[in-house]
Write a protein that binds this ligand. Structure first.
Ligand code: GLN
Ligand code: ZN
Length: 765
């Protein structure tokens, strides 16, 4: 018999119950006890949702983050957190977000741990911290408690733990200590943990080592061998689990490690499975992740069975089935959606539906396809409907994509000629000042947008409200004395959704929330079909804004790569093709703005870096098409038109050449927190165009002083000629309030004025 299981379930709840419970707890509206009760209610619900499987996961749930949970379980709590008074929960939230409920809300007392992306997903984990004093000591109580709770509901419970080598890999050495020096001590804690699990009658433990899909040097490969040779003495069966990519050169290693079973992702790495079956010792079980845990599309069950049946013949009972990875990365339940178009709905599967697919496939293998004939037929019809639908396939879009040529992505003249024309046209001072786009989104703005959406406010009233807000923004910017103005983006609640809603090929869910970090969730839109520009999306607002001022107005757009990286995308064509369609659509908007007399256009690529493949050897391929897409979007304009782009991070060193190839006239970037560290790259690389390194940290309520901003810009001016520098905040201001923004921008402008007066002509090369 084929065995079914799941690697992990979304934690946040169908109605984001976890988010709301956490936020109430942080505001002291509910007790710790009530928070824990909310958590167990959710977990119980989730175990019931998974009851159709042979094995259910436990330990995948977390109040904030599973990597942070692992750190606490291993007794690796940052000293700055553990020395403070309070209980475990207080330490936990101090490490997670810098503040426990018992702390004075006015000043958070410690620095939270750093947060970073979990492999190439949009989930963020808390980075484990290591130093020479790091010592591990096991605290398994939380996991033990959960296992006991789950065992009351289901007879086969499979704890999920993060493997020791991946745990070290994900962490950061604070003092240069070699992380691998900690392995021996860490393995003792893991061995002890497995012993504890055995006492609970646990048979299988899922031990996640996604590090196996990364490019590993010999030391890390050795660490894997050492870890599993040592842990093989444990009395429980280990299911070594990888996901998110192919094993490639680590395939043999993964097959040989002394564990009882191996889980591999069989979506991206489908082509590797035959080889794995060949290598895998015959006593090991093989779990195949045949359902895509990263996307929201229904699986073609018939086609999957065509492939699986012969594998099943080969492996028999040794075959297990599961989604490719934890379902943390998809929304919970498609049945919650009431507003989706019926066709589109019939093409989708969220977490609950994906587990049904696993169960159906297993039943078909165990009892023959006839045992699930009706479901297979229905699935066949849904898959065919999506393949043929003219909602998905639009001939115009395909024809346009074919017409793309290099000339479309190339400005007429090089930057050094364009800049002369642009300078003549805009007459900007040295160190020109601008902002990144959005201004504070007040309650009133949100209410106006919401009322309009819910048909409680007429379109005319809504437009008037937005125009009023735009006018306020312009007057404030003029009063402050900014050089290049923006309209303030009051009409946008989200930089992707706003465009997606107006392009063809995009669908939106009501409850399709996915955890981003802690209590924060995002609701990625779904690109289901060919993307087309159907109408101008921003021109009216920006033209109106321009009509109110003599100063240049910067038109504001989201770029194709960011639209792609922050959406669920089609799986029936390469990402690259979808990106090109987005590029053509936004290009039309760029040209429409230019035609409407807007001379400066910013195309945000906040998420460009997020699409980088996990393996560096694949970066070039991605960057080639991503940069090409940006160029197609941006570079159809006249030389006098100034193109800006914006990025929300400062790790540029490894992609700076690609960034330069975008050939934007101006790039604004986040830098203030990193103290201009980013600029080190310009010692080696001569960035040819203009740059605005952010000097105002918009993620903080603090108001930066004039001096601090002058100091940052002076650092920048050591690397980039002053003539090519802009002065601007790190990112958009929509999450701040006017009381903070006004003095901060006042200081920013004062800093710019000081710099243009004081940096002597000699330095202005
Ligand atoms: N133009 C957007 C804004 O100002 C940019 C947001 C972002 O980079 N994340 O809000
Ligand atoms: Zn940004």
């Amino acid at each position: 018999m084929v065995t079914t299981h799941n690697l992990g379930f979304p934690r946040i709840g169908r109605k984001r119950e976890l988010k709301f419970a956490l936020e109430k707890y942080w505001k002291k509206e509910i007790s710790e006890q009530a928070l824990l009760e909310a958590a167990i209610t959710l977990q119980t619900q989730h175990w019931q949702d998974q009851a159709l499987l042979d094995w259910i996961p436990v330990g995948d749930f977390s109040l904030y983050d599973h990597v942070l949970d692992t750190s606490f379980m291993l007794g690796n709590v940052p000293a700055r957190v553990s020395v403070l008074t309070g209980n475990d929960m207080d330490s936990y939230f101090r490490a997670a977000r810098g503040r426990a409920v018992i702390d004075d809300a006015a000043h958070s007392c410690v620095n939270a741990s750093e947060m970073t992306k979990w492999f190439d997903t949009n989930y963020h984990y808390l980075v484990p911290e290591f130093d020479e004093n790091t010592h591990f000591s096991l605290n398994p109580e939380r996991l033990v408690r959960q296992i006991k709770q789950a065992q009351q509901i289901h007879h086969q419970v499979k704890p999920v733990i993060l493997g020791p080598v991946t745990y070290l890999w994900l962490g950061k050495s604070k003092d240069g200590t070699d992380k691998l020096d900690l392995l021996d001590d860490l393995l003792n804690a893991y061995a002890q943990l497995l012993g504890e699990l055995e006492k609970l009658d646990v048979q299988w433990v899922q031990i996640d080592e996604p590090v196996l899909i990364m490019e590993l040097n010999p030391a890390w490969k050795h660490a894997l061998r050492k870890a599993y040779y040592q842990l093989q003495a444990s009395p429980v069966h280990l299911l070594l689990t990888t996901y998110f990519g192919q094993l490639q050169e680590n395939l043999q290693l993964a097959c040989e490690l002394p564990v009882s079973g191996l889980h591999l992702e069989a979506v991206i790495a489908k082509d590797e499975i035959a080889k794995v079956i060949d290598w895998l010792p015959s006593h090991k079980i093989l779990s195949l992740g045949i359902i895509n845990g990263r996307n929201i599309w229904k699986t073609d069950l018939n086609e999957t069975l065509d492939w699986l049946e012969s594998i099943h013949l080969d492996l028999g009972d040794r075959l297990w089935l599961a989604p490719s990875c934890s379902l943390l990365h998809v929304p919970i339940d498609l049945d919650s959606e009431q507003q989706l178009d019926v066709d589109i709905q019939s093409w989708l599967a969220f977490a609950v539906q994906k587990l049904h697919e696993v169960a159906v496939l297993a039943k078909a293998l165990n009892h023959g396809r006839s045992s699930v004939a009706e479901i297979l037929d229905e699935n066949k019809a849904d898959i065919a409907s999506r393949k043929q639908s003219d909602r998905v396939h639009q001939a115009v879009a395909k024809a346009r994509a074919k017409e793309i040529n290099e000339a479309m992505g190339t400005r007429r003249s090089p930057y050094h000629q364009r800049t002369i024309l642009q300078q003549k046209k805009f007459q900007l001072p040295l160190f020109p000042t601008t902002t990144i786009g959005s201004f504070p989104q007040t309650q009133e703005i949100r209410k106006a947008r919401q009322d309009f959406r819910q048909h409680k406010r007429s379109e005319q009233e809504y437009r008037l409200a937005m125009r009023k807000e735009i006018e306020t923004c312009i007057r404030e910017q003029e009063a402050l004395g900014l050089d290049v103005l923006v309209h303030g983006e009051p009409e946008r609640n989200d930089m992707v959704e706003y465009f997606g809603e107006q392009l063809s090929g995009y669908a939106f869910t009501e409850f399709g929330w996915v955890q981003s970090y802690g209590s924060r969730c995002v609701k990625p839109p779904i690109i289901y079909g060919d993307v087309l520009h159907t109408k101008p999306m921003t021109v009216e607002w920006i033209q109106y804004a321009q009509s109110l001022t003599q100063k240049p107005m910067k038109g504001m757009l989201t770029g194709p790569v960011t639209l792609l990286n922050w959406s669920f995308v089609r799986d029936d064509q390469p990402r690259e093709d979808t990106c090109m369609q987005l590029a053509l659509a936004i290009r039309e908007e760029v040209l429409a703005l230019e035609k409407a007399g807007i001379g400066i256009i910013q195309i945000d690529e906040a998420a460009l870096r997020e699409g980088l493949p996990l393996r560096k050897s694949q970066w070039k391929t991605y960057l080639d098409w991503a940069i090409r897409a940006f160029r197609i979007t941006a570079n159809g304009v006249a030389d006098e038109t100034q193109i800006h782009t914006h990025m929300c991070y400062s790790e540029f060193n490894d992609i700076i050449e690609a960034i330069a190839q975008m050939d934007a006239d101006v790039i604004t970037i986040e830098t203030s927190r990193s103290d201009m560290e980013l600029l080190d790259v310009f010692d080696q690389f001569h960035y040819p165009n203009e740059m605005g390194p952010g000097v105002y940290d918009i993620h903080s309520p603090n108001i930066p002083s004039v001096d601090s901003m002058i100091a940052l810009m002076q650092k920048a001016a050591q690397r980039i000629p002053a003539r090519r520098l802009w002065v601007n905040p790190d990112c958009g201001l929509k999450t701040r309030n006017w009381e903070e923004v006004k003095p901060a921008l006042e200081n920013m402008i004062a800093a710019s004025r000081y710099l243009s007066r004081n940096l002597s002509a000699a330095k202005v090369s």
